[in-house]
Design a protein around this ligand. Structure first.
Ligand code: 5RP
Length: 220
């Protein structure tokens, strides 16, 4: 089965977490694109969606799903999003699509993060995927030196300006054994907008597509 077919399967499986009439949190990426398509095809009526990117907003609106501002809702029941890596406890690396800041904001509104991923995203220890970090441009050089002191090599993502008008550093060479401590520390560094470790906002449910079907993991 090819990668797109796996993504399509897991996107379809996520419909089980969507309640008619609810406002849904919606992530960003190629798996989420397929989830939005599945939502549209399902005909499940939603009160609306809070989107984590301009990309997802456009796709939701094209599907006829009303998009609400984050400020218009107090809580969301469910946030559905993909991941670049996910560990056995539901900690993730995200931001391959440069939407990590808004993704974390919408995830923070939600009672439950439902991660949709294929099995190639599953790792024991986070860090093989280059860690995206959204940064204020003037701090990029000094933040790169901080990562270097931890054994990481930071590279500015060429040509990338986020929906928030900021830049992305992609950091290779890290092994993130304690994702909560790592996220907490890097969040304090001046110039960091958002670090792409999602440990405080980890997946409570992970739907993992495999060649044998979709596996559901609960991370309580
Ligand atoms: C975007 C993300 C995505 O969830 C992540 O990059 C996975 O994307 P895809 O579904 O295309 O593999 O964090 O910022």
């Amino acid at each position: 089965m090819n990668a797109t077919e796996l993504k399509r399967q897991v996107a379809q499986a996520a419909l089980a977490y969507v309640q008619p009439g609810q406002v849904l949190g919606v992530g960003t990426g190629s798996t989420v694109d397929l989830f939005i398509d599945a939502l549209a095809a399902s005909g499940v009526p939603l009160a609306g969606a809070v989107s984590s990117s301009e990309r997802s907003t456009r796709r939701l609106q094209a599907a006829g799903i009303p998009v609400l501002e984050a400020g218009e809702v107090e809580r969301l029941g469910v946030y559905v999003d993909g991941a670049d890596e996910i560990d056995p406890r539901g900690h993730m690396i995200k931001g391959g699509g440069a939407a990590l800041t808004r993704e974390k904001i919408v995830a923070d509104l939600a009672d439950r993060f439902v991660c949709i991923a294929d099995e190639t995203k599953c790792v024991d220890v986070l860090g093989a995927f280059p860690l995206p970090v959204e940064v204020i441009p003037m701090a990029a050089a000094q933040l790169s030196r901080r990562f270097a002191a931890w054994g990481g090599q930071a590279r500015l993502r060429a040509g990338c300006v986020t929906d928030n008008g900021q830049h992305i550093l992609d950091v290779t060479g890290l092994r993130i054994h304690d994702p909560v401590a790592f996220e907490t520390e890097v969040n304090q560094w001046p110039g960091v907008v958002t670090v792409g470790v999602f440990a405080r906002h980890r997946a409570r449910v992970a739907l993992i597509a495999t060649a044998e079907g979709v596996i559901t993991r609960q991370h309580d």
